[in-house]
Design a protein around this ligand. Structure first.
Ligand SMILES: Cc1ncc(COP(=O)(O)O)c(C=O)c1O
Length: 365
Protein backbone atom coordinates (compact mmCIF):
# COMPACT_ATOMS: atom_id res chain seq x y z
CA UNK A 1 0.00 0.00 0.00
CA UNK A 2 1.28 3.49 -0.87
CA UNK A 3 2.11 5.81 2.01
CA UNK A 4 -0.39 8.67 2.43
CA UNK A 5 1.41 11.94 1.65
CA UNK A 6 -1.32 14.38 2.76
CA UNK A 7 -3.57 14.74 5.81
CA UNK A 8 -6.42 12.18 5.82
CA UNK A 9 -8.94 14.91 6.83
CA UNK A 10 -8.51 16.40 3.35
CA UNK A 11 -9.91 13.24 1.77
CA UNK A 12 -13.35 14.12 3.13
CA UNK A 13 -13.36 17.62 1.60
CA UNK A 14 -14.54 18.26 -1.96
CA UNK A 15 -11.47 18.56 -4.20
CA UNK A 16 -12.89 21.56 -6.03
CA UNK A 17 -16.02 23.69 -6.00
CA UNK A 18 -17.44 23.62 -9.50
CA UNK A 19 -17.84 27.10 -10.91
CA UNK A 20 -21.51 28.09 -10.93
CA UNK A 21 -20.62 30.07 -14.03
CA UNK A 22 -20.18 27.58 -16.89
CA UNK A 23 -16.69 27.97 -18.34
CA UNK A 24 -15.13 26.58 -21.51
CA UNK A 25 -11.80 24.74 -21.39
CA UNK A 26 -9.90 28.04 -21.59
CA UNK A 27 -11.75 29.37 -18.53
CA UNK A 28 -13.91 31.84 -20.47
CA UNK A 29 -17.61 32.10 -19.51
CA UNK A 30 -19.81 30.00 -21.81
CA UNK A 31 -22.98 31.95 -21.16
CA UNK A 32 -21.82 35.57 -20.87
CA UNK A 33 -25.38 36.91 -21.14
CA UNK A 34 -26.82 34.72 -18.40
CA UNK A 35 -28.05 36.39 -15.21
CA UNK A 36 -25.42 35.52 -12.60
CA UNK A 37 -27.49 34.86 -9.50
CA UNK A 38 -25.36 32.11 -8.01
CA UNK A 39 -22.77 33.74 -5.76
CA UNK A 40 -24.60 36.41 -3.75
CA UNK A 41 -22.67 39.23 -5.40
CA UNK A 42 -24.12 42.69 -6.04
CA UNK A 43 -25.23 42.96 -9.66
CA UNK A 44 -24.02 46.55 -10.18
CA UNK A 45 -20.54 47.53 -11.27
CA UNK A 46 -17.97 48.86 -8.82
CA UNK A 47 -18.89 51.92 -6.74
CA UNK A 48 -17.90 55.29 -8.27
CA UNK A 49 -14.19 56.00 -7.83
CA UNK A 50 -13.17 52.37 -7.30
CA UNK A 51 -11.94 51.71 -10.84
CA UNK A 52 -9.97 54.98 -10.84
CA UNK A 53 -8.39 54.11 -7.48
CA UNK A 54 -7.39 50.64 -8.70
CA UNK A 55 -5.95 52.06 -11.93
CA UNK A 56 -3.95 54.63 -9.95
CA UNK A 57 -2.67 51.90 -7.61
CA UNK A 58 -1.47 49.88 -10.60
CA UNK A 59 1.49 52.24 -10.91
CA UNK A 60 2.87 50.79 -7.67
CA UNK A 61 2.73 47.11 -8.54
CA UNK A 62 6.51 46.71 -8.37
CA UNK A 63 6.30 47.60 -4.65
CA UNK A 64 4.88 45.60 -1.77
CA UNK A 65 1.81 47.12 -0.14
CA UNK A 66 1.80 48.41 3.44
CA UNK A 67 2.11 45.20 5.49
CA UNK A 68 -0.05 46.58 8.29
CA UNK A 69 -2.66 48.18 5.96
CA UNK A 70 -2.66 51.18 8.30
CA UNK A 71 -4.62 53.55 6.05
CA UNK A 72 -7.38 51.01 5.49
CA UNK A 73 -7.53 49.92 9.12
CA UNK A 74 -7.82 53.57 10.14
CA UNK A 75 -10.57 54.17 7.60
CA UNK A 76 -12.53 51.09 8.71
CA UNK A 77 -12.04 52.08 12.35
CA UNK A 78 -13.32 55.58 11.66
CA UNK A 79 -16.21 54.29 9.61
CA UNK A 80 -17.36 51.81 12.24
CA UNK A 81 -16.48 53.68 15.41
CA UNK A 82 -13.90 51.22 16.74
CA UNK A 83 -10.17 51.60 17.34
CA UNK A 84 -7.83 50.40 14.61
CA UNK A 85 -5.89 48.12 16.98
CA UNK A 86 -9.00 45.90 16.95
CA UNK A 87 -9.03 45.49 13.17
CA UNK A 88 -7.36 42.84 11.02
CA UNK A 89 -7.68 42.90 7.21
CA UNK A 90 -6.83 40.21 4.69
CA UNK A 91 -7.75 38.56 1.42
CA UNK A 92 -11.32 37.59 2.23
CA UNK A 93 -13.06 36.99 5.50
CA UNK A 94 -12.81 33.20 5.19
CA UNK A 95 -9.04 33.46 5.25
CA UNK A 96 -9.35 35.50 8.44
CA UNK A 97 -11.57 32.86 10.03
CA UNK A 98 -8.98 30.16 9.38
CA UNK A 99 -6.29 32.46 10.75
CA UNK A 100 -8.36 33.06 13.87
CA UNK A 101 -8.71 29.31 14.42
CA UNK A 102 -4.94 28.93 14.10
CA UNK A 103 -4.36 31.80 16.52
CA UNK A 104 -6.67 30.58 19.28
CA UNK A 105 -6.94 26.78 19.04
CA UNK A 106 -4.52 24.04 19.89
CA UNK A 107 -4.70 21.28 17.27
CA UNK A 108 -7.72 19.06 17.90
CA UNK A 109 -9.73 21.57 19.91
CA UNK A 110 -13.28 22.27 18.81
CA UNK A 111 -14.89 24.81 16.50
CA UNK A 112 -18.71 24.81 16.79
CA UNK A 113 -20.79 26.17 13.92
CA UNK A 114 -24.32 25.80 12.52
CA UNK A 115 -25.18 23.49 9.66
CA UNK A 116 -26.37 23.98 7.00
CA UNK A 117 -24.31 27.12 6.79
CA UNK A 118 -21.43 28.52 4.78
CA UNK A 119 -19.48 25.76 3.04
CA UNK A 120 -16.12 27.33 3.83
CA UNK A 121 -16.48 26.70 7.60
CA UNK A 122 -15.62 22.96 7.48
CA UNK A 123 -12.69 23.77 5.20
CA UNK A 124 -11.43 26.46 7.60
CA UNK A 125 -11.68 23.88 10.41
CA UNK A 126 -9.42 21.46 8.56
CA UNK A 127 -7.03 24.29 7.60
CA UNK A 128 -6.98 25.45 11.21
CA UNK A 129 -6.35 21.90 12.52
CA UNK A 130 -9.45 21.99 14.72
CA UNK A 131 -12.31 19.54 15.18
CA UNK A 132 -15.47 20.76 13.39
CA UNK A 133 -18.66 20.41 15.45
CA UNK A 134 -21.69 21.04 13.24
CA UNK A 135 -24.98 21.85 14.97
CA UNK A 136 -28.04 21.23 12.76
CA UNK A 137 -30.35 24.15 12.01
CA UNK A 138 -34.02 23.83 13.00
CA UNK A 139 -36.65 22.54 10.56
CA UNK A 140 -37.40 26.13 9.61
CA UNK A 141 -33.75 26.71 8.60
CA UNK A 142 -32.79 28.80 11.63
CA UNK A 143 -29.66 28.44 13.74
CA UNK A 144 -30.50 26.51 16.91
CA UNK A 145 -28.77 28.61 19.54
CA UNK A 146 -29.83 26.42 22.48
CA UNK A 147 -28.32 23.39 20.74
CA UNK A 148 -25.19 25.39 19.90
CA UNK A 149 -24.82 26.44 23.51
CA UNK A 150 -25.26 22.81 24.59
CA UNK A 151 -22.60 21.70 22.07
CA UNK A 152 -19.87 23.73 23.81
CA UNK A 153 -17.50 21.50 25.79
CA UNK A 154 -14.26 22.03 27.69
CA UNK A 155 -12.46 21.54 24.35
CA UNK A 156 -14.41 24.26 22.49
CA UNK A 157 -12.41 27.39 21.68
CA UNK A 158 -14.56 29.06 19.01
CA UNK A 159 -18.29 29.08 18.29
CA UNK A 160 -19.66 30.82 15.21
CA UNK A 161 -23.03 32.36 14.39
CA UNK A 162 -23.64 33.37 10.78
CA UNK A 163 -26.07 36.28 10.84
CA UNK A 164 -27.85 36.30 8.43
CA UNK A 165 -27.07 32.68 7.66
CA UNK A 166 -25.75 31.66 4.26
CA UNK A 167 -27.32 29.80 2.48
CA UNK A 168 -30.62 29.65 4.42
CA UNK A 169 -31.12 33.47 4.61
CA UNK A 170 -32.58 33.37 8.13
CA UNK A 171 -31.41 35.63 10.95
CA UNK A 172 -30.95 35.42 14.68
CA UNK A 173 -32.72 38.07 16.76
CA UNK A 174 -31.23 40.37 19.37
CA UNK A 175 -32.98 38.53 22.22
CA UNK A 176 -31.69 35.15 20.99
CA UNK A 177 -28.15 36.35 20.40
CA UNK A 178 -27.83 38.19 23.70
CA UNK A 179 -29.02 35.13 25.62
CA UNK A 180 -26.62 32.95 23.63
CA UNK A 181 -23.54 35.14 24.04
CA UNK A 182 -24.27 35.46 27.76
CA UNK A 183 -24.34 31.65 27.99
CA UNK A 184 -20.91 31.17 26.37
CA UNK A 185 -17.95 30.84 28.76
CA UNK A 186 -15.61 33.85 28.62
CA UNK A 187 -12.76 31.60 27.49
CA UNK A 188 -14.62 30.70 24.27
CA UNK A 189 -14.61 33.14 21.36
CA UNK A 190 -17.95 33.91 19.72
CA UNK A 191 -17.49 34.75 16.03
CA UNK A 192 -20.34 36.67 14.41
CA UNK A 193 -20.02 36.30 10.64
CA UNK A 194 -21.91 39.30 9.31
CA UNK A 195 -21.03 39.00 5.63
CA UNK A 196 -24.68 39.83 4.83
CA UNK A 197 -25.36 42.15 7.76
CA UNK A 198 -25.76 45.18 5.46
CA UNK A 199 -28.94 43.66 4.01
CA UNK A 200 -30.74 43.34 7.34
CA UNK A 201 -33.84 45.55 7.61
CA UNK A 202 -35.56 43.85 10.58
CA UNK A 203 -34.98 46.02 13.67
CA UNK A 204 -35.01 42.90 15.87
CA UNK A 205 -31.82 41.63 14.18
CA UNK A 206 -28.79 43.27 15.81
CA UNK A 207 -25.65 44.80 14.34
CA UNK A 208 -23.14 42.57 16.10
CA UNK A 209 -20.30 45.08 15.94
CA UNK A 210 -22.36 47.86 17.51
CA UNK A 211 -24.08 45.71 20.12
CA UNK A 212 -21.53 43.05 21.09
CA UNK A 213 -18.23 44.20 19.55
CA UNK A 214 -16.94 45.60 22.85
CA UNK A 215 -17.08 42.21 24.55
CA UNK A 216 -13.65 40.65 24.98
CA UNK A 217 -14.66 37.24 23.62
CA UNK A 218 -16.63 38.48 20.60
CA UNK A 219 -15.11 38.68 17.10
CA UNK A 220 -17.08 40.28 14.28
CA UNK A 221 -16.25 39.11 10.77
CA UNK A 222 -17.13 41.39 7.85
CA UNK A 223 -16.43 41.42 4.12
CA UNK A 224 -16.37 44.04 1.39
CA UNK A 225 -17.36 41.33 -1.14
CA UNK A 226 -21.12 41.73 -0.83
CA UNK A 227 -22.77 45.10 -0.11
CA UNK A 228 -19.60 47.00 -1.05
CA UNK A 229 -19.30 45.26 -4.41
CA UNK A 230 -15.63 44.23 -4.10
CA UNK A 231 -15.82 40.42 -4.39
CA UNK A 232 -13.11 40.39 -7.05
CA UNK A 233 -10.45 42.28 -5.10
CA UNK A 234 -10.72 40.02 -2.00
CA UNK A 235 -10.97 42.14 1.10
CA UNK A 236 -12.31 40.85 4.39
CA UNK A 237 -11.81 42.27 7.86
CA UNK A 238 -12.63 41.56 11.46
CA UNK A 239 -12.89 43.43 14.71
CA UNK A 240 -11.71 41.67 17.85
CA UNK A 241 -10.27 42.42 21.28
CA UNK A 242 -6.85 44.08 20.75
CA UNK A 243 -5.00 41.07 22.20
CA UNK A 244 -6.76 38.72 19.75
CA UNK A 245 -6.16 41.07 16.80
CA UNK A 246 -2.48 41.46 17.73
CA UNK A 247 -2.01 37.69 17.96
CA UNK A 248 -3.67 37.25 14.58
CA UNK A 249 -1.54 39.89 12.90
CA UNK A 250 1.56 37.91 13.94
CA UNK A 251 0.27 34.97 11.88
CA UNK A 252 -1.00 36.90 8.86
CA UNK A 253 0.36 35.84 5.51
CA UNK A 254 2.83 38.59 4.54
CA UNK A 255 1.09 41.44 2.70
CA UNK A 256 -2.34 39.80 3.01
CA UNK A 257 -4.00 43.05 1.95
CA UNK A 258 -2.94 43.77 -1.61
CA UNK A 259 -2.23 47.20 -3.08
CA UNK A 260 -5.42 46.88 -5.14
CA UNK A 261 -7.59 45.67 -2.29
CA UNK A 262 -6.52 48.54 -0.05
CA UNK A 263 -7.01 51.16 -2.78
CA UNK A 264 -10.40 49.75 -3.81
CA UNK A 265 -11.68 49.46 -0.25
CA UNK A 266 -10.57 52.99 0.65
CA UNK A 267 -12.36 54.35 -2.42
CA UNK A 268 -15.50 52.31 -1.69
CA UNK A 269 -15.68 53.55 1.89
CA UNK A 270 -15.87 57.10 0.50
CA UNK A 271 -19.12 56.10 -1.22
CA UNK A 272 -21.21 55.05 1.73
CA UNK A 273 -24.32 56.89 0.54
CA UNK A 274 -24.25 55.24 -2.88
CA UNK A 275 -23.48 51.84 -1.31
CA UNK A 276 -26.53 52.24 0.95
CA UNK A 277 -28.68 53.24 -2.03
CA UNK A 278 -27.68 50.06 -3.85
CA UNK A 279 -28.36 47.89 -0.81
CA UNK A 280 -31.78 49.56 -0.41
CA UNK A 281 -32.54 48.67 -4.02
CA UNK A 282 -31.68 45.03 -3.33
CA UNK A 283 -33.83 44.86 -0.20
CA UNK A 284 -36.76 46.47 -2.09
CA UNK A 285 -36.40 43.83 -4.82
CA UNK A 286 -36.24 41.16 -2.12
CA UNK A 287 -39.57 42.40 -0.75
CA UNK A 288 -41.08 42.37 -4.24
CA UNK A 289 -39.88 38.82 -4.99
CA UNK A 290 -40.78 37.18 -1.69
CA UNK A 291 -44.57 36.76 -2.13
CA UNK A 292 -44.08 35.43 -5.66
CA UNK A 293 -41.48 32.89 -4.52
CA UNK A 294 -43.46 31.94 -1.43
CA UNK A 295 -46.42 31.09 -3.69
CA UNK A 296 -44.18 28.93 -5.90
CA UNK A 297 -42.10 27.35 -3.11
CA UNK A 298 -44.15 27.47 0.10
CA UNK A 299 -41.30 26.64 2.51
CA UNK A 300 -39.21 29.65 1.39
CA UNK A 301 -38.12 31.41 4.60
CA UNK A 302 -38.22 35.19 4.96
CA UNK A 303 -34.83 36.40 3.70
CA UNK A 304 -32.66 38.81 5.69
CA UNK A 305 -29.88 38.72 3.08
CA UNK A 306 -29.46 39.30 -0.67
CA UNK A 307 -30.59 35.80 -1.63
CA UNK A 308 -33.44 33.33 -1.18
CA UNK A 309 -33.40 29.75 0.04
CA UNK A 310 -35.85 27.63 -1.92
CA UNK A 311 -36.37 24.18 -0.34
CA UNK A 312 -37.61 21.69 -2.94
CA UNK A 313 -37.36 18.07 -3.98
CA UNK A 314 -35.20 18.52 -7.06
CA UNK A 315 -32.84 21.49 -6.71
CA UNK A 316 -30.32 20.23 -9.29
CA UNK A 317 -33.02 19.78 -11.93
CA UNK A 318 -34.41 23.21 -11.08
CA UNK A 319 -30.93 24.78 -11.43
CA UNK A 320 -30.57 23.10 -14.84
CA UNK A 321 -34.01 24.44 -15.85
CA UNK A 322 -32.95 27.96 -14.78
CA UNK A 323 -29.65 27.65 -16.66
CA UNK A 324 -31.53 26.67 -19.81
CA UNK A 325 -33.61 29.83 -19.26
CA UNK A 326 -30.49 32.01 -18.97
CA UNK A 327 -30.28 32.25 -15.16
CA UNK A 328 -27.43 30.80 -13.11
CA UNK A 329 -28.29 29.82 -9.53
CA UNK A 330 -26.79 27.47 -6.89
CA UNK A 331 -28.23 24.11 -5.98
CA UNK A 332 -27.70 22.30 -2.70
CA UNK A 333 -28.98 18.78 -1.95
CA UNK A 334 -32.15 20.03 -0.24
CA UNK A 335 -32.76 23.49 -1.77
CA UNK A 336 -31.79 25.98 -4.44
CA UNK A 337 -30.35 29.39 -3.62
CA UNK A 338 -30.86 32.43 -5.79
CA UNK A 339 -29.27 35.85 -5.41
CA UNK A 340 -31.30 39.04 -5.77
CA UNK A 341 -30.00 40.75 -8.92
CA UNK A 342 -31.10 43.69 -11.04
CA UNK A 343 -34.85 44.16 -11.60
CA UNK A 344 -34.53 42.67 -15.10
CA UNK A 345 -32.55 39.66 -13.82
CA UNK A 346 -35.06 39.07 -11.05
CA UNK A 347 -37.95 39.26 -13.52
CA UNK A 348 -36.19 36.76 -15.73
CA UNK A 349 -35.66 34.42 -12.79
CA UNK A 350 -39.30 34.70 -11.65
CA UNK A 351 -40.50 33.95 -15.18
CA UNK A 352 -38.24 30.92 -15.48
CA UNK A 353 -39.20 29.68 -12.00
CA UNK A 354 -42.90 30.01 -12.85
CA UNK A 355 -42.45 27.47 -15.64
CA UNK A 356 -40.61 24.90 -13.51
CA UNK A 357 -43.81 23.00 -12.67
CA UNK A 358 -43.33 19.94 -10.47
CA UNK A 359 -39.58 20.57 -10.10
CA UNK A 360 -40.59 22.99 -7.34
CA UNK A 361 -42.60 20.48 -5.35
CA UNK A 362 -41.70 20.10 -1.69
CA UNK A 363 -38.99 17.76 -0.56
CA UNK A 364 -39.65 15.09 2.05
CA UNK A 365 -37.55 16.60 4.84
C1 LIG B 1 -21.36 33.74 5.35
C2 LIG B 1 -20.19 34.15 4.52
N1 LIG B 1 -19.08 34.55 5.13
C3 LIG B 1 -18.00 34.93 4.43
C4 LIG B 1 -18.03 34.92 3.05
C5 LIG B 1 -16.79 35.20 2.27
O1 LIG B 1 -16.46 36.46 2.15
P1 LIG B 1 -15.07 36.84 1.45
O2 LIG B 1 -15.39 37.11 0.04
O3 LIG B 1 -14.65 38.04 2.21
O4 LIG B 1 -14.13 35.69 1.65
C6 LIG B 1 -19.15 34.52 2.37
C7 LIG B 1 -19.13 34.49 0.91
O5 LIG B 1 -19.98 34.01 0.24
C8 LIG B 1 -20.26 34.12 3.12
O6 LIG B 1 -21.35 33.67 2.51
Amino acid sequence: MKAQLTRPELDALPSYLPSPIPLDSSGAPQAPDAARLALNELPFGPLPGVVEAVVAAAGDTNRYPDMAAVALRNALAHHHGVTSDRIVTGFGSVYLLELLLKAVCEPGQEFVFPWRSYEAYPVAAVGGHVRPVQVPCTDDFRQDLDAMSAAITADTRVVLICNPNNPTSTAVTRAELTKFIDSVPESVLVVLDEAYGDFVTDPDVPDGLVEYGHRRNVVVLRTMSKAWGLAGVRLGWLAAAPEVATAMRKLLAPFATSTFAEAAALAALEQEKEARRRVDFVTAERARMYPVLKALVPRTPVSHANFFWLPMAEPAAFAAHCKAGGVLIRDFPEAARVTVGTAAENDRFLEVAATAGTLLSAGTD
